[in-house]
Design a protein around this ligand. Structure first.
Ligand SMILES: Cc1cc2nc3c(=O)[nH]c(=O)nc-3n(C[C@H](O)[C@H](O)[C@H](O)COP(=O)(O)OP(=O)(O)OC[C@H]3O[C@@H](n4cnc5c(N)ncnc54)[C@H](O)[C@@H]3O)c2cc1C
Length: 375
């Protein structure tokens, strides 16, 4: 009997980890990546909690650019709280993607770089097969690739989702980041404000990744933030720029149409609080592999693994979107108390539900702020 075949579009974390799990389970897996080199270009700060990542895969030490022990959350009035981090690392995102792709190749997945998905042929499915039109950019040739399953792991602008008619009405933050020369004390700095969220994350004592995510006026906000955090001469300090859209999690987004599944950013699976999506993409890949191997409902599977925390992060984000700068000033003061700070340090960022309830019980003043959840 012929092996069940799976075509995966995109060799980011969602695509390559799906490829690894499926190839390991004995499926015939092909990955199509539009760029010539897996992992490049990248647009990511690369902050992950190693503990959480290790539930999926072991991080080789050579991928770790920096280990960071403390973060500062800085309010618009320049007060801050400093929290100890548990296992936060900054990774080399390009090499991380290449590492996961190697894991998949070692299990037998075939990789086709410089191959761009163009569209799904026909109505999507015929005789239990899906045919994708793929452009081989080396030869500038279009070919039809038929498989039993098609996985859209092609990032925030997902052409697979569009072509399947399930892109829906998504919203995005504009993420704009640079690597810049800046002497620093190896702390992550977060700057939440009514404009959005901004950060500086050290690569080493002389270089930071500094950026913003905003849903309006991103370039004005970027300029203002960089002047404040990096310095008036920030333009001369820039080494490289990385930018990209970050999807706002959409609980109603359709993530499956017949034999077509969406995973990771292509399915908007990004935490709306921190805008992290690497771990979420890996977890989505476990749902992809399980759905294909067992025939279980994909959306039920990923929602069970991820849904509640993505939803809670979205609710927290919606509340934060209503925060004024003054609310952030108050929040930093509330968190400044030692018992709340301790809880923040214990907070597993990938599982906000545990944290939110504990915190509300401990700190009734937060209820005053959380009313913005409701109005
Ligand atoms: C500025 C910024 C900072 C971020 N910082 C963090 C962070 O610190 N921590 C964190 O966890 N997350 C962070 N994220 C989010 C994180 O980068 C994403 O959630 C993650 O990359 C999603 O992985 P993915 O595999 O779903 O998609 P992607 O990584 O976007 O991979 C999609 C792949 O598909 C390929 N592709 C696209 N279209 C096609 C096509 N038509 N045909 C073939 N191939 C195609 C792309 O080239 C790409 O390789 C950040 C994002 C941005 C923009």
């Amino acid at each position: 009997m012929a092996m069940t075949s799976v075509s995966i579009i995109g060799a980011g974390p969602a695509g390559s980890y799906s490829a690894y799990l499926l190839a390991r389970a004995g499926f015939d897996v092909s990955v199509f990546e539009e760029h010539p080199i897996v992992g490049e270009p990248w647009a990511c700060t690369g902050v992950i909690t190693e503990d959480v990542l290790s539930r999926q895969l072991k991080l080789p030490e050579e991928l770790v650019v920096n280990r960071i022990e403390k973060a500062r959350i800085i309010s618009p009035d320049n007060n801050f709280i400093e929290v100890k981090l548990k296992n936060d690392v900054v990774i080399d995102r390009a090499v991380f993607d290449q590492h996961v792709a190697e894991m998949a190749k070692n299990e037998g997945a075939k990789y086709y770089v410089n191959h761009r998905f163009v569209e799904i042929c026909g109505n999507g499915e015929s005789d239990g097969k899906v045919t994708a039109k793929i452009r081989n950019k080396n030869l500038n040739q279009l070919k039809g690739v038929e498989s039993d399953w098609l996985i859209g792991a092609d990032g925030p602008r997902s052409e697979v989702a569009r072509s399947a008619g399930i892109f829906g009405n998504r919203k995005f933050y504009v993420g704009s980041q640079v690597t810049a020369k800046m002497e620093n004390d190896n702390l992550i700095r977060f700057y939440p404000s009514e404009n959005g969220i901004a950060w500086t994350v050290p690569e080493n004592s002389r270089i930071v990744r500094a950026g913003i995510a905003a849903n309006k006026n991103a370039s004005g906000y970027f300029d203002e933030f960089m002047t404040q955090a990096v310095g008036k001469d920030y333009k001369q300090r820039i080494i490289a720029r990385q930018a990209g859209p970050i999807p706002v999690y959409s609980p109603k987004a359709q993530t499956q149409k017949g034999r077509i599944l969406l995973a990771g950013d292509a399915a908007t699976m990004v935490k709306a609080t921190t805008l992290g999506g690497i771990n979420q993409s890996l977890m989505a890949a476990t749902a992809v592999a399980e759905a294909i191997a067992t025939g279980k409902d994909y959306s039920k599977l990923w929602k069970k693994k991820l849904g509640r925390d993505l939803w809670l992060s979205l609710m927290m984000r919606k509340a934060m979107n209503r925060f004024s700068d003054n609310d952030y000033n108050k929040l930093v003061k509330i968190f400044g108390s030692s018992k709340n700070k301790r809880m923040l340090e214990e907070f597993d960022r990938d599982e906000p539900r545990k944290f939110a309830f504990k915190l509300l019980l401990q700190e009734p003043r937060l209820l005053l702020l959380s009313r913005r959840l409701l109005f």
